[in-house]
Design a protein around this ligand. Structure first.
Ligand code: ADP
Length: 364
């Protein structure tokens, strides 16, 4: 594995450029952001400047061609991430000329090791909770295997397109909503979804009029496959929140999710334990089916913050099925307060890290 990485770095070093009259190569000039190699696949991004995009696209093709000469690589994925102070062109980008996702201040991925753990339910309720805290919020449902946001918000109509050709997100519960489910019909066979998803994701990032959002919550597909890795690399994320049930947390699934984000340098904001205890709808008694505080212990062991737990409660399932999430249908419910307290933790963690770091802006 490391041998392949060495070969990749050597190949990249062989790509020469002339910078302000000085001959150099793209590694020494720090044009390459991340190089991730997993299962004979290489993912990397080139720091690019939008005002000089032609030149960077040529560079991208050159990188792809050079890397394809290495034996033993099954896949090469090169993306461009925007970088305003790149040396090829010092032109500053101006906020009003940016589009799509560029005006979004913070992008937060909601991820899980596997499906069915309540990732989408948590995503929508967290989006509503952050909005309740007074922020402008959007949600992007990128779960190709089961886009459930349309159902959770009780909406299936196709989004409209503006006169400028931008896709307008659905506005409901005071948040901007876009789902891959609005673009790919339910009947689309799974085998077509892989290739379609990358172009659909690009469309959702570049062609949707997200506006000046404070937070965009991305409901990621479950697991750690190519789509997730590409997505994590193409979207300039402020951080990731991992959703886990108590049983999975100690298992490999959630850990793999953590590792994936670490590999692509996306900070882990923390873990939320869903379905932690059972609250009886008749007597309101709380039962710790899987024991108490195990998740917090596991989170500590894995060196990540524990953001809180959400109980298994029938009202969460009912409100989700009715297309009216608990945060909107009953913001005073005790579980809604739990979502609000988790939202506060997320916002305070993200605002601390974004004040010390400039988010990358994606071109592709
Ligand atoms: P995922 O996005 O991880 O596949 P979903 O959010 O679609 O999972 O949740 C799966 C099912 O579990 C849904 O029917 C949802 O209503 C239900 N569910 C999720 N979290 C809870 C909870 N805390 N209490 C009760 N039901 C829940």
């Amino acid at each position: 594995m490391s041998q392949i990485k060495d070969q990749v770095i050597d190949k990249l070093k062989s790509i020469h450029i002339t910078l302000n009259g000085k001959k150099s190569n793209i590694i020494d000039e720090k044009f390459i952001d991340d190089v991730v190699i997993a299962n004979k696949k290489v993912f990397l991004s080139i720091k690019a400047d939008k005002s000089n995009i032609e030149k960077y696209n040529q560079l991208k093709v050159k990188v792809e061609n050079e890397l394809s000469k290495i034996d033993g690589l099954d896949k090469i994925s090169v993306s461009l991430t925007s970088h305003n102070d790149n040396q090829l062109d010092k032109t500053q980008s101006n906020k009003s000329s940016r589009k799509g996702i560029d005006l979004v201040s913070n992008i937060i991925a909601i991820a899980s090791g596997k499906g069915g753990v309540g990732k989408s339910t948590t995503s929508i309720n967290l989006a509503l909770a952050i909005n309740n805290l007074g922020y402008k919020v959007g949600i992007l449902d990128a779960d190709i295997y089961g886009p459930s946001i349309p159902k959770l918000i009780g909406e299936s109509k196709k989004p409209k397109v503006s006169d400028e050709g931008k896709i307008l997100p659905i506005i409901k519960f005071n948040i901007s909503i876009m789902s891959i489910g609005f673009l790919i019909s339910e009947g689309t066979p799974m085998i077509w979804r892989g290739p379609m998803v990358i172009s659909a994701i690009n469309q959702m990032l570049n062609d949707v009029d997200w506006g000046d959002l404070d937070y965009l919550i991305v409901d990621m597909p479950p697991g750690t496959g190519d789509v997730q890795l590409t997505m994590a690399q193409r979207v300039p994320m402020s951080g990731a929140v991992i959703i886990s049930t108590p049983q999975d947390l100690a298992l490999i699934d959630a850990k793999k999710g953590l590792e994936m984000f670490k590999k692509v340098n996306v900070p882990i904001i923390g873990i939320i334990e869903n379905m932690s205890t059972f609250i009886c709808p008749h007597c309101n008694k709380e039962t710790y089916i899987f024991g108490k505080e195990g998740a917090e212990f596991e989170a500590k062991k894995q060196n990540v913050d524990f953001l809180g737990d959400i109980p298994l409660e029938v009202v969460i399932r009912e409100t989700s099925d009715n297309g009216n999430p608990i945060l909107s249908s009953n913001p005073e419910a005790s579980v809604s307060k739990k979502f609000l307290s988790i939202a506060e933790k997320i916002v305070s963690k993200v605002s601390v890290s974004s004040s010390t770091k400039n988010p990358n802006i994606i071109i592709e």
